[in-house]
Design a protein around this ligand. Structure first.
Ligand SMILES: Nc1ncnc2c1ncn2[C@@H]1O[C@H](COP(=O)(O)OP(=O)(O)OP(=O)(O)O)[C@@H](O)[C@H]1O
Length: 264
């Protein structure tokens, strides 16, 4: 069974078409980089898989079923995480929040809930952060807790929306390796949204590039080349490989952003 199937999917916001007749399949167990410039529709694609944005055309399959809100088979780390540090929660309470908004800070979690939180913390190597206030943690430590939160409920699919923002290269590498290892251990697919391909290169089974309402999906070699990307972006794109890194450039400048200036 595939983790995700898009069959001629179109998504529009009002009159704005974000995806147009997009088809692809992600087999279970694959680590997929979701890439594309700002506004290409990466978050929208994830929200569609979560059942939060209905397609205006075509069909989406998630683990063989139609998307539905609150699907416990999906672990999701959203892009907007700005408020997390201000909530006054401990690391443990933040991960416990995965059991439902009403339980944020809930003082009497069940034994099973507590055990699940500890297991998730152990899995991301963050048991030592359980009692620390989230507000005083580093970006990388906070990302680990949010990945732990996404792992609650033993998901069969992980959707991670820009987990690398505001991390330095060594912490980016650590988060990529952590998620790759966890996904391999659990045998589940990951859609990992990022602005740049290089930090992901060693983990990637597939890439999903979005642009102009369309998608190019496949292995790095099959997709990240001037033919496929020039066709996708409808403008000449150059792809250079230097010392194991890939640079994707439009005629008028670099296409992929190498700066990470969002807040976490
Ligand atoms: N709820 C909404 N209503 C109307 N337009 C929206 C809505 N959500 C997103 N959009 C628009 O849809 C487009 C795609 O947004 P999306 O957030 O999916 O892009 P993205 O590829 O994740 O971008 P980024 O890399 O900047 O996070 C953008 O132009 C955005 O302004």
């Amino acid at each position: 069974m595939n983790a995700v199937d898009f069959d001629r999917v179109s998504i529009t916001y009002g009159r704005r078409r974000i995806l147009s007749d997009v088809s692809f399949s992600i087999p279970q167990g694959k680590f997929v980089g979701v890439l594309g410039p700002n506004g290409a529709g990466k978050s929208t694609l994830m929200r569609a898989v979560l059942g939060l944005v209905p397609p205006t055309g075509g069909r989406i399959g998630v683990l063989g079923e139609a998307p539905r809100r609150g699907n416990p088979a999906i672990g999701y780390m959203p892009q907007s995480r700005r408020g997390v540090a201000q909530l006054g929660l401990s690391g443990f309470e933040l991960v416990l929040g995965a059991f439902g908004g009403t339980r944020w800070g809930w003082p009497f979690p069940s034994r099973a809930e507590k055990a699940a939180v500890w297991a998730a913390l152990e899995r991301v190597g963050a048991a030592g952060l359980a009692k620390r206030p989230v507000g005083e943690l580093s970006g990388g430590e906070r990302q680990r807790l949010l990945i732990a939160q996404a792992l609650i409920g033993e998901p069969k699919l992980l959707l991670l929306d820009e987990p690398l923002v505001s991390l330095d290269p060594s912490h980016q590498r650590a988060i990529v390796e952590l998620t790759r290892d966890i996904a391999a251990e659990l045998g589940i697919a990951v859609l990992f949204c990022a602005h740049e391909i290089n930090p992901l290169l060693r983990a990637l089974d597939m890439v999903l590039y979005l642009g102009n309402g369309r998608a190019a999906v496949g292995t790095v070699d099959a997709v990240v080349n001037r033919h496929v990307l020039s066709d996708l972006y409808r403008t000449p794109i150059h792809v250079a490989r230097v010392n194991g890194r890939i640079f994707v450039m439009a005629e008028d400048g670099e296409l992929e952003s190498h700066a990470h200036d969002h807040d976490v």
